[in-house]
Design a protein around this ligand. Structure first.
Ligand SMILES: Cc1cc2nc3c(=O)[nH]c(=O)nc-3n(C[C@H](O)[C@H](O)[C@H](O)COP(=O)(O)OP(=O)(O)OC[C@H]3O[C@@H](n4cnc5c(N)ncnc54)[C@H](O)[C@@H]3O)c2cc1C
Length: 395
C-alpha cells in the first residue's frame, strides 16, 4: 500500500491548495440548518461552483473539451480531501456534476452534450436522480414505471420515490420500462427529463429531521421527446451502471462527512458528561476512522495501478454508515438533554443517521457484495432474471 502522492498527484494537490487558498469561501452554508435561508445557501453554493468551473476545477474527471480538468479518480479523491480539509464538502450539485454529467458524456449524442453539459457545470440547471420506486430499490431492475412510444415522444406513467432534491431540480435522469416482454434487465431505457413537463407531480416527504430531502414523483401521461433518450431503446440498464459507478465516486469518503476534531471539540465543550463509557466510545470511533483511512489508502493504491475497487467500496460504505451513526450518538450523549433544546449539526446528523445505512445501497446489499467477492460465497439465486418482466408481475 502506498501512502504518498506520486509526483504528478503532489503537483495536482499543490495546484488545488493554491487555488482554494486564493478563491474558496471561508464556509459554505448548510442547506439543512436553521442558520440561513435555503435560498441564501443555494446562492452561495452556486457562486462557488461557478468560480470552480471558471478555473477548471468544476468537474475534475470530465474531459477538458466539456469544461472539466480531464483527470482521473485519484485526483478526484485528492480534490475531495482538500475540500474536506476546508469544510467545503457537501455540494448541492452532486447528482448533476457527479452522475448525470458523466453519463451524458459517456452515452449522450453531440446535441445532448451541447445542450446540457454547460448549464449543468455552472449549476444554472439542477438535476435529480429518478431511479428508485416503491417496488424497486435494491432490486432496481424491477422498476415498473412505463414509457410507451408515441410518434416522436415517449409517454411516461408511474411513480418514483426517494428522489433527492426533485423539488428544486430543473432536470432528472429517468429510467423507465419500455419493453415488459423481455427479462427485467433488458427492457429498460434511459431518459433525460425536463421537470417542468406537464403531468409531473413532485410531493416532498417530510423526514424525522423535519426537512424534506426526498420526494415522491408521479408521472401521468408525461410526454418526453425521443431526442431526450440516452442510448439505444432497451439499453438503459448498462447506462444506469455508468451512473451508479460515478455515484459511488461522487459520494466521496468519510473526510467530507465527519471531522473527528470537530466532534472532539463538541464533546469537550460538554465536558461535564465525559465518563468512562464516553471515553471508550470516542477511542473506538477513532480506531474505526483510522482503519477506514487505511482501507481508503488501499483503494487509492488500486486505482493508481489502474484497477477498479469493488468489494473495498462496499466495505467502506458499511464502515462510513457505522461511523456516522456512532459519531452522532456520541455527540448527543455528550450534550445530554441540552441536545433536545435546539437544532444543530449533530442533532441533524443523529436524526439523519438511519439514512446512511440505506442511501447508495443498503448495508445488507454491501454485505452481499463482500460475501461474494471477499469470501467467495455463492450469489443468491434470482430466478426472476431470466423471465419476461410481464410474467413476474403476474406471479
Ligand atoms: C439519503 C437517501 C437518498 C436517496 N436518494 C435517492 C435519489 O436521489 N434517487 C433515487 O432514485 N433513489 C434515492 N434513494 C433510494 C435508495 O437508493 C434506496 O432507498 C436503496 O437502494 C434501498 O432501496 P429500498 O429503499 O427500496 O429498500 P429495499 O430494496 O426494499 O430493501 C428493504 C430491506 O430489505 C433488504 N434487502 C433487499 N434486498 C436484499 C437482498 N438481496 N439481500 C439482503 N437484504 C436485502 C434491504 O437491505 C433493506 O433492509 C435514496 C435513499 C436515501 C436513504
Amino acid at each position: 500500500m502506498d501512502f504518498h502522492d506520486s509526483p504528478s498527484e503532489a503537483a495536482f494537490r499543490a495546484d488545488a491548495k493554491a487555488f482554494l487558498d486564493a478563491h474558496a469561501p471561508e464556509k459554505l452554508g448548510d442547506y439543512w440548518s436553521d442558520d440561513q435561508s435555503q435560498e441564501e445557501v443555494f446562492a452561495q453554493h452556486r457562486a462557488f461552483q461557478q468560480t470552480l468551473a471558471a478555473h477548471g476545477f468544476g468537474a475534475i474527471t470530465w474531459p477538458e473539451a466539456f469544461g472539466g480538468r480531464g483527470l482521473g479518480p485519484i485526483e478526484q479523491i485528492i480534490w475531495n480531501e482538500e475540500l474536506a480539509r476546508r469544510g467545503l464538502s457537501g455540494s448541492l450539485f452532486t447528482v448533476g456534476i457527479g452522475m448525470a454529467g458523466p453519463t451524458i458524456i459517456a452515452h449522450g449524442t453531440d446535441e445532448q452534450k451541447q445542450r446540457y453539459l454547460a448549464p449543468l457545470l455552472s449549476a444554472d440547471e439542477i438535476w435529480c436522480q429518478l431511479f428508485s420506486e416503491p417496488g424497486a430499490g435494491s432490486d432496481l431492475a424491477g422498476l415498473a414505471t412505463r414509457a410507451v412510444r408515441d410518434d416522436d415522444d415517449w409517454v411516461v406513467n408511474g411513480q418514483k420515490i426517494w428522489s433527492s432534491g426533485a423539488h428544486y431540480s430543473d432536470f432528472g435522469i429517468l429510467i423507465a420500462r419500455t419493453d415488459p416482454s423481455v427479462p427485467k434487465h433488458q427492457g429498460i431505457t434511459y431518459f433525460l427529463l425536463d421537470m417542468k413537463t406537464p403531468g409531473i407531480e413532485v410531493r416532498p416527504t417530510i423526514e424525522m429531521t423535519g426537512d424534506s430531502h426526498f420526494n415522491e414523483v408521479f408521472f401521468s401521461d408525461v410526454r418526453v421527446p425521443d431526442a431526450m433518450r440516452i442510448g439505444e431503446v432497451g439499453a438503459g440498464w448498462g447506462i444506469t451502471q455508468t451512473t451508479l459507478m460515478h455515484e459511488r465516486m461522487a459520494m466521496g469518503g468519510i473526510e467530507g462527512m465527519l471531522s473527528f476534531d470537530d466532534l472532539r471539540e463538541f464533546v469537550l465543550a460538554h465536558g461535564g458528561r465525559i465518563d468512562g463509557v464516553l471515553r471508550d466510545e470516542m477511542a473506538r470511533l477513532y480506531g474505526w476512522l483510522k482503519s477506514l483511512q487505511l482501507l481508503n489508502a488501499r483503494v487509492v493504491t488500486k486505482l493508481g495501478r489502474g484497477e477498479m475497487p469493488t468489494a473495498e467500496s462496499s466495505v467502506m460504505k458499511l464502515a462510513i454508515a457505522r461511523i456516522m451513526t456512532k459519531a452522532a450518538d456520541v455527540a448527543l450523549r455528550a450534550a445530554g438533554p441540552e441536545a433536545l433544546a435546539r437544532r444543530g449539526y449533530w442533532q441533524n446528523q443523529f436524526l439523519f443517521s438511519p439514512a446512511w445505512h440505506i442511501a447508495g445501497g443498503t448495508d445488507e446489499i454491501q454485505k452481499n457484495v463482500a460475501a461474494e467477492r471477499v469470501l467467495g460465497l455463492p450469489r443468491d439465486a434470482d430466478p426472476s432474471r431470466e423471465l419476461p418482466f410481464e410474467d413476474l408481475q403476474r406471479q
